[in-house]
Design a protein around this ligand. Structure first.
Ligand code: HEC
Length: 129
């Protein structure tokens, strides 16, 4: 007979609260990109910031696996990518994967539109374009 003292439970204190949910400034700016001609299936699209925060930030927030980091200080990297490859290519890579970049950034149930919106979000966060 061994009573479970409160000290045991006290040891369970973890700190998963590092999730940065703080920045809710998400101007309702519609995509200024030229209207994509996709008029088919319509799932409810999730917020690009939410998709980014859930999947992409793991690598793109830290530079893990050589991922280009997101942020204003990395503006030039992204601007170069856009210039050299073009936005549609970046989206294509994000969907199909390339080197350390997994297809759909591991968001396997993300639609192409959601990935595109998320790439746009990353570019905006980095101040490119
Ligand atoms: C497992 C880590 C990882 C995750 C998760 C991840 N990426 Fe990446 N990403 C990478 C790496 C590594 C590269 C660089 C690939 C290369 O060297 O060509 C990259 C490159 C990119 C690029 C630039 C492609 C180019 O031409 O250089 C885009 C755009 C991109 N990722 C979008 C996303 C999006 C959107 C998500 C989330 C839905 C995401 N990534 C999630 C690792 C990741």
């Amino acid at each position: 007979m061994r009573p479970l003292g409160p000290t045991v439970l006290g040891g369970l204190l973890l700190a998963p609260a590092l999730l940065l949910t703080g920045c809710g400034d998400n101007g309702a700016g519609g995509p200024s990109a030229s209207g994509s001609a996709i008029a088919g299936e319509k799932q409810e699209a999730r917020e690009p910031s939410a998709i980014y925060g859930r999947y992409c930030v793991n690598c793109h927030g830290t530079g893990m696996a050589g991922a280009p980091m997101v942020g204003p200080e990395h503006r030039l990297i992204w601007s170069e990518e856009i210039e050299e490859e073009g936005f549609p290519t970046l989206v294509k890579i994000a969907i199909e994967g390339q080197n350390g970049m997994p297809p759909r950034g591991t968001c396997f149930d993300c639609s192409d539109e959601e990935i595109e919106a998320t790439v746009l979000y990353m570019l905006k966060e980095s101040g490119a374009k």
